[in-house]
Structures are given as C-alpha cells and as structure tokens.
Design a protein around this ligand. Sequence first.
Ligand SMILES: Cc1ncc(COP(=O)(O)O)c(C=O)c1O
Length: 494
Amino acid sequence: MAMRQCMRRAGASLRPCTPIRSLATSRGRGAAAATATAVQGSNLPQEVIESIQRDTTLCNPDPHPDSKTAGLVTDQLQYMVPTYVRPMPMFEKGEGCYLWDVENRQYLDFTAGIAVNALGHCDPGVTQTIQNQAAQLMHTSNLYHNPWTGLLSKELVSRTKQSGAMQDAARAFICNSGSEANEAAIKFARKAGRTLDPSGEKHRILSFHQSFHGRTLGALSATPNPKYQKPFAPMLPGFHYGTFNDIAALDTLITDKTCGVIVEPIQGEGGVNVATEEFLLALRRRCNETGALLIFDEIQCGLGRTGSLWAHGDHPSEAHPDILTTAKALGNGFPVGATLVSEKVSSMIQTGDHGTTFGGNPLGARVAHHIIGRLSDPQLQQSVRQKEQVFRQCFGRLQQRFPQQIGETRGKGLMLGLQLHDDPAPIITAARERGLLIITCGTNTLRFVPPLIITQAEIEKGMAILEDAMTAVFATNEHVPPTRGQQEMGGGSA
Ligand SMILES: Cc1ncc(COP(=O)(O)O)c(C=O)c1O
C-alpha cells in the first residue's frame, strides 16, 4: 500500500514512467521483464521502482493518476452525487463474460453486474430485441394498452407455474427495478391487511436480519441494516425483524397484526445465506394461520440463478409464496422488474391503488418477455447445476491450499459464497489487477454470481486468477491496496 501511495503521491513527477508503463501495458507481459530491467538502472526512488516492477507483472494494474482513465474520472466525478465508491477502471464494452475498459484491457466478469447479466454482456438476442422494439414503439404510458405488458405478465405466470414454483401465481404488476417490485409487494400486503381488518391494525411487515430488499423508503424499512437505515431514520412504522432460519421465533413474530412477511429464499447481499425448507414451510404455515401474505424476494436468487427458474421452485407447494418479486436478470441490464401475485391478492387491489409511468412500457416488457423465455430453458438450468460443481471443486482446492484464510462455502447454482476469515478487499483488488472482477457480500464473503452462460473453461480461468490473487495476498504477503466500495456499499450492493 505504502508503495502504491508513494507512486500516486509522486503523480506528476512520474512523467518519465509513463512511456515505460504504456510499454508494459501495450505490449503485455512479454515486455514486463524488459521494463523491470529498464527501471532498475534508473534514478527513480526505490519504492517507485518496486511499484513499477510490481505493476509490470500484472495484466491490468489499476490505472494511475496520469492515465486516460484517471483523466476521465477526475473530470466527471465532480458532477455526480457521491453515492458510490468505485475502483479506477472505467468499462466501455462487454461481450459474453468479458468486459473491456477504456484502455482496452479485458476482464473476466464473475459479477454479471450484481447477478443481472445472466445471458452475458450484449447478448445478440437481447440486443436485437431492443433494436427491433426501439424502432417500433418504446412508450405510451399505462393509460393505453400495448401488446407487450400483458404478454410479459402471461409469460411470467405460465413459466412460473410450469416450472413447479408458486402454483398460485395468477397476475403480474410490471415495474422498473427490484426496489419498486418490493414496494408494490409491501403496498399489496398493506392493502390486503386493511381489507381483512378495516381497523388498520393489521399493518405489520416482518423481514429478516441480513436481508436486502432495496433503497426506497418502504424497501429500506424492510432492510434492517443500520448502515443503510440510520442516515434516513425514522423508518416507516410497522416494520419488524426476525432472525433468518429461526423457526421457533415465528409464532411470536407473526401475529394477527402482521399483514406481510418478506424473505429472500437465498439472501444475496447478506452473505449468500440459504433459507432451509423447514423455515420456508414454517413461514407459510404461520402466514396461513394469521392471514399474513408471504412475499418471496427472488430479485437476486431467481430466474435460473440456482439452476431452477425460481429458487423456491425446488420446495413443495406448502412452502410457496402469495407474492413473488423479481428484477435484475429479467432485463439482463435493461431496467425492468415485476411483482407476481395470486388471484386472492389481486382481488384486493383496485384501480388506482398503485401505478408507474415507465413500468411495463413496450420496450422493457418485450425485452423481459424475450429473456424469461431464454432463462426458462431446462438445458441452461441443468448447465447451471453442473457449473456449480465446477466452482465447488475449485473452492475445495482453494480451501486445501489456504485453510487458515478460507472457511465454508454457501449457496446454490451460480449464486455461491466463499467465506473468508478476514476482509477480502485486497483480494478483490489483486484479482481485478490480474483480470478478474469479483464482488463481496455479508461479512468477509466472496460472492460468485457470474453470467449463467459462463463456460467451464472460463470458470477455471477465473478461479486460477483468483488463486493467483490469493497467493499474492495470503502467501507472498505482497501488499495489495484494498478495493474501496466493497465495504462502503455494504458488500457491493446495488
Ligand atoms: C434481493 C434483492 N432485493 C431487492 C434489491 C433491490 O433491487 P434494485 O437495486 O433493482 O432496486 C436487490 C438489489 O441488490 C436485491 O438483491
């Protein structure tokens, strides 16, 4: 770290390095040895020489203060509200499982835009669908019919039922994001509570610690992370929190005053924590007893990510929800979300109860309609389960090699977590500088949510890079600066 800081502090005085650095990056690793030798005899400070030598061994060292990237970032950052902390590379192109930065350096992407680009970057079918519909009709508002909002709703309902998930799915409300899908779910639960008990007493919503449901005030009120909630307190009234997978507490937590319970069948941001079937069954049973609606947030874990269309689809119908929310992969990068409900829930919603200007516009709806068909493919889902095994074998090797640093693995399909004992931020940097993008979640968990189309060769390539990165951080004690943002954003959340 000291070396890199010194390097950055040296800033402008490092002009002589620039050609050397460009030589290293433009000619690749072949030039590395020559560069290292060239700087050895120079009159640069020793720590700068060491820093350059280190960088020349990396394929994608983070851009330096005198780089094209830094120039662009410095120019633009001052105009953006500082809600995010980002590492230096600036991405301008994507294809399949790869991204390229503005300096034309390639990165293998194990993040898929936080579980969004399930079909990979710039999938030709998705791009073509966007182009076709953009040339035909993009938006008319929800004051008028269009062919795609209804077709998408029908497709979501029928694909869901066919897949063996949520057997009561009957209708969908289409919106633009995960938070909005959850806002709709929370409002529908409140409306159902008021319908069942007009006194207004049945308004409580239960959610669980380590959950993440979004940043809008309703979704945030259901996200009991002090880091997110505290600056915006007070939260909305009526929100309560339980411990994930704690069945014993449910009888006290879910009462006649509860109108809704929202849960992720696999918690994403919270650390890739899988709900047990017993827990989901117990939630369903208690919701039936009290007349509360059960809401599954499958915004991250749904749409093929676990090797089934929906994560809860592997559980019996006695563990299915009344409301199911989705977004992320539904648009593969195009902003679209949906709230699926049973006929019982829908019957309690009236015209004017909820709405959106953009939600369900022909462009987003047609894109999502195309994508849900592709993600329902049983072959894709089977391949996701096979690829889970490839990851797990690689995890096993890493665990054997670094038993002091690596703990358990969690998750399902291509939503996997590798628990580290310490802060993974330096590993994130070391991996990125070697050409692999990876994110964290929970407490010290490395999160693996690559595009579902990733190949076995790409998984093995990425895992080899990760092993190199871990070797640098754990074994050779190389000082790698941590990636900021992974913590400040609470595990890289959206
Ligand atoms: C499980 C879950 N729910 C809701 C959200 C919020 O979605 P969005 O960022 O699209 O509003 C996220 C985003 O990370 C999520 O993972």
